[in-house]
Design a protein around this ligand. Structure first.
Ligand SMILES: Nc1ncnc2c1ncn2[C@@H]1O[C@H](COP(=O)(O)OP(=O)(O)OP(=O)(O)O)[C@@H](O)[C@H]1O
Length: 255
């Protein structure tokens, strides 16, 4: 068995008197894509931020490649985890290409040609090479979201955390995102934990789906086992239509 990229056991987190996570256990293997789904306020972002130690858990353990996260320096965590937060930042008047290069370790005056070529290739894969020299402050929300994803992909960290990365993306770019993440995890062994609201993106993208509600994990497993009328009813309180093409379930509507 290979070392998991991320291992969380018995995680509790409180915002003041409000408990957001009630003893969560979760593992992400190297080369595995895990989608975290659940209603608004169920604790998904809190879990991602604990995994990145932006938030410190009250109780429980988190291991990054088998090392306790609590004992790692901020710099070491940054070397091992790439993170795309829910709200893409866009306030800095730098170009898209400059912002993608910032994903590399440390700020430099000059970047090696090979790194610039890699950044441009990522922008090509995300269908935005024409925006390489556009200012982040002068592009659309979806384009900023893609720039943030490209920045996170600049380094091949063992773990990638993404918070609702498909939010502002149109259909074709959602498809491209699925392809890029699947290729990345397959080719580099990167473990990917991604928060999503779109169930059909989750079932097409992920190896495993984790369903959360009210700070607890209700179910986890392959999409075909987890996305059923019963679990959707239990987690979201919605009666959903589901079809399957044999391997992948799809939500066809809700009532
Ligand atoms: N800074 C904060 N202070 C106090 N409570 C917070 C804070 N951030 C989140 N919460 C609460 O913690 C719970 C979990 O929030 P969290 O953002 O993790 O949910 P989420 O599943 O990511 O939601 P969404 O799908 O809406 O993004 C919610 O009840 C929320 O109101």
């Amino acid at each position: 068995m290979s070392t998991p990229a991320l291992q969380i056991t018995g995680l509790h987190f409180d915002y003041g008197s409000k408990t957001a996570l009630h003893g969560v256990d979760l593992e992400v293997d190297r080369g595995e894509i895990v989608a975290l789904l659940g209603p608004n306020g169920s604790g998904k972002t809190t879990l991602l931020q604990c995994a990145n130690r932006l938030l410190k858990a009250r109780r429980g353990e988190i291991h990054l490649l088998s090392r306790p996260l609590a004992g790692l320096s901020r710099a070491r965590i940054a070397r091992h985890i790439a993170y795309v937060p829910q709200v893409a930042d866009g306030v800095y008047p730098m170009t898209v290409l400059e912002s993608v290069l910032l994903g590399l370790e440390g700020i430099r005056w000059r970047y090696p040609t090979a790194e610039v070529e890699r950044a441009v290739a990522l922008l090509e894969h995300l269908d935005m090479p024409h925006l390489a020299h556009a200012l982040l402050t002068e592009i659309s929300g979806g384009e900023r979201q893609k720039a943030a994803i490209a920045r996170a992909l600049m380094r091949e960290t063992p773990l990638l955390l993404l918070d609702e990365p498909s939010n502002h993306l149109d259909l074709r770019h959602q498809r491209d995102l699925i392809r890029i993440l699947q290729r990345r995890s397959r080719e580099t062994g990167q473990g990917i934990l991604v928060v999503l609201h779109d169930i059909n993106i989750a079932t097409q993208l992920a190896d495993r789906i984790v369903l959360m509600r009210e700070g607890r994990i209700l179910a986890q497993g392959p999409p075909s086992e987890i996305i059923t009328r019963d679990t959707i009813q239990e987690v979201y309180g919605v009666d959903a239509g589901i079809v399957s093409d044999g391997a992948t379930p799809y939500l066809t509507g809700f009532y």
